[in-house]
Structures are given as structure tokens and as C-alpha cells.
Design a protein around this ligand. Sequence first.
Ligand SMILES: [Mg+2]
Length: 228
Amino acid sequence: MINWSTIDTVLLDMDGTLLDLHFDNYFWLHHLPKRYAESHSVELEQARKHIHEQIKNLEGTLQWYCLDHWSELMRLDVPALKHEVKHKIQIRPHAERFLQELRQLGKKLVLITNSHPAGLELKLQVTKIDRWLDIIISSHQFQSPKEDLRFWQQLQLEEPFDPERSVFIDDSPRILRSAEDYGVKHLVCITRPDSQKPAHDSSPFIGINDFDELLPLQNEGATWAKKH
Ligand SMILES: [Mg+2]
């Protein structure tokens, strides 16, 4: 699927790629509406509708991902509410093994996320995936989400990479298209980012359901299983 000898840099999304999107969907669709309804004494349905409308209005913008903006909009401490359900944060199947094998091969591992620094910090604290990563970048640092070409231009200035020898893995075809426009050659889409929901269409990108489909040392799988 990917010829790993042609790759130097692996760019990885976090939510829905390395981590199960179920946490985020649960938070935005269930937990936040519930706490909003309780705090502002409105019906749950009304809270859901209100939040859904705000989500639709901001989709694809950096504000959509900005927890400070959401805290203001909701008149609630959104990072604190995330802490309440942090037990739902999970690493996706075989993601750790995938990262470990890539490290073994000397690839540069760069996490690029639209997650707000507060949400990012919570997820790293719970999952400790940062131990496998070389660099962690939140698009908030660049004031442009990954959907925006300027994100990629700034990433190149901050952490030079050869787009021809890079692979980018994300669960959003819209974001993958933006990487494609910038010139990233190898693009992989996660087809089932939320373990509790059905798979989505990944076309025109290569789709994978599980990181075991991409393991570079797959043929040595039996040896790895014995050692761990
Ligand atoms: Mg994602």
C-alpha cells in the first residue's frame, strides 16, 4: 500500500486518526448539550439544537476548534467539561504499534492537529502518545486550520519536509484534499474514525480501517507478538 522506503516524514492527525473520534462525538453531541441544558435551565432538545446550529456555522474554521471561543459561546468552562468524560479518550487499534514500528525505521513522526492546545494537552495526558512522536503542532499556533493552504506553508517553514517523501494520514477527506493541493504525495484516509459509527467513504484517497493494514514491519508481525 505504502512503500515505506520512499517515505521520510509521517504527518499524523490526532482525533479520529490516532485516537477514537467517539470521545469527541460523545462530548459534542451528548455531554455538552446535557451540561448546557442543566446550567442554563433549558430542555435537552433545545440545547442540542442550539449547539448543532453553532457547530454548522463554524465548521471548517479555526474557531470551530477553539475551546475559548466555545466557552464564551456556551457560557461554560468547556475544557473542564471535557475533563469530566476523559475516561472515554481511547487510542485507535494498532496505532501505538504503528508509531513504534515507524520509529524503529527512523521515520520522522509529526502530529498535526486542529485540536485546541487545551484539548490537545488533555489527550496527551490521558494517552501518552507523545512518547512516540517527534513533533506536535496545533494549527492554532499558525492561526490557520489544516483546511487552509496557509497551514501547510507555515508547517513547511517551521518543520521543513519533502512533500514527495511524506505521507499524511487523516480521517477527513476535506483536510486530505488541502494537503493534496499543497503537494503532499501520499495520502491515507481513516474510514472509521468513530468506533461506534459505520465507516465513511474515503475516495479518492487510500482508505484504511485499522493501522494493522499499514504496518511497515507486517511480515515480522509474529516476532513482534512474541516479544510483547
Ligand atoms: Mg481528525
